[in-house]
Design a protein around this ligand. Structure first.
Ligand code: B12
Length: 219
């Protein structure tokens, strides 16, 4: 199958929740010189965007969303070793998680993968992560950045608590907080004094590099 066709196929199978076929095509892609990063950016991310839109327009049901969500997370697992192989020198360390009370992890997993592909070491704390857990991990594991994901408007305030915890612990000079998730905005990030925000996984890499440069230059 040709390069473009296989990516289209993966995207379509993700939207349809056809897990087996999609995982087989992901394997075929990476074994045929298509990078894992390309599969991520040009098939899985656009596919998941369509799934979200379907849900918004009420064209999708919860069981359908669950099928696509499961397929998506398995694809991320499948591609991870390839992403690690493709990445360059390690440049920094982050811990990432979905905030307490929130179980949505697809966006968080994509951001984790993109950051890994951009040369960050990523400690994934999973979902339902409390401010204390983020802070403890960041200090003990010497992370440069804490990444918080939230998909529920009711869990967004936890991000403000994380920012506060980092400042109160006196480690803000070397640990920055970066936030994201569908309901999160640049304005919200400013309002809670977060150090960085990105609208999607691809631009998260850029923001993480900027924060790392700020830490290294002592800003
Ligand atoms: C899939 C999904 C689910 C799945 C989750 C599966 C999983 N493993 O994650 C299931 C079915 C389990 C689910 C459950 C629920 N859900 Co839901 N879910 C969605 C849905 C359809 C898509 C979310 C998604 O995965 N999008 C795709 C990913 C790739 O996008 P993303 O997460 O936004 O991430 C991108 C960016 O935001 C960014 N990003 C994300 N995180 C981060 C972090 C950082 C640091 C950075 C820089 C960037 C970044 O990069 C990502 C990639 O580009 C959304 C609808 C929507 N349009 O968002 C509703 C939605 C989020 N859910 C909603 C609700 C209400 C729920 C439930 C409460 C439903 C219920 N009554 O039980 C439960 C919540 C359970 C809980 N406690 O968390 C509401 C939230 C409404 C609100 N105002 O808060 C939404 C908006 C649907 C709706 N319109 O009503 N859900």
């Amino acid at each position: 199958m040709k390069y473009k066709e296989i990516l289209q196929q993966i995207e379509e199978e993700l939207v349809q929740g056809d897990r087996k076929a999609m995982l087989a095509h992901c394997t075929e892609a990476v074994e045929n010189e298509i990078t894992a990063r390309t599969v991520l950016e040009n098939a899985l991310i656009p596919g998941m965007r369509r799934v979200s839109e379907k849900f918004h327009s009420a064209a999708g049901s919860v069981p359908e969303i669950m099928l696509s969500s499961r397929a998506m997370n398995e694809a991320v697992e499948l591609l991870r070793p390839y992403i690690l192989q493709e990445r360059g020198n390690v440049q920094g360390r982050v811990c990432i998680g979905t905030v307490a009370g929130d179980l949505h992890d697809i966006g968080k997993n994509l951001v984790a993968m993109i950051l890994e592909s951009e040369g960050f070491e990523v400690i994934d704390l999973g979902v339902d992560v409390t401010p204390a857990q983020y802070l403890k991990t960041a200090i003990e594991e010497k992370c440069d950045i804490i990444c918080c994901s939230a998909l529920l408007t009711t869990t967004m305030p936890v991000m403000a608590e994380v920012v506060r915890a980092v400042r109160e612990a006196g480690v803000h000079d070397h640990i920055k907080v970066m936030i994201g998730g569908a309901p999160v905005s640049d304005a919200f990030a400013h309002a809670i004094d977060a150090d960085g925000y990105s609208v999607d996984a691809v631009s998260a890499g850029e923001t993480a590099r900027r924060l790392l440069a700020e830490i290294r230059s002592g800003e």
